[in-house]
Design a protein around this ligand. Structure first.
Ligand code: SF4
Length: 70
């Protein structure tokens, strides 16, 4: 299970990020909701998973990026 911070970073790296469901309730968004985050994405389900199964692969590639840089 990815942490809140990880989900935010995953959404930044993700090409499939789709926050469209929040457009209608834009004025009701909290400060935090305005940032890209998997929890704001249409592909994120109630069980806390990405329906496209992209969270784990993206976390892995982020980890590889960090390894390459260190
Ligand atoms: S929920 Fe899935 S599709 Fe949406 S931003 Fe996260 S990893 Fe990408």
């Amino acid at each position: 299970m990815a942490s809140k911070e990880q989900l935010r970073k995953v959404a930044l790296y993700c090409n499939e990020y789709d926050p469209s469901r929040n457009e209608l309730i834009d004025s009701a968004r909290t400060y935090e909701d305005k940032y890209e985050n998997c929890v704001n994405c249409n592909h994120y389900n109630k069980e806390g998973r990405c329906t496209l199964n992209l969270i784990d692969p993206i976390l892995s590639s982020m980890a590889m990026d960090l390894n390459l840089k260190s």
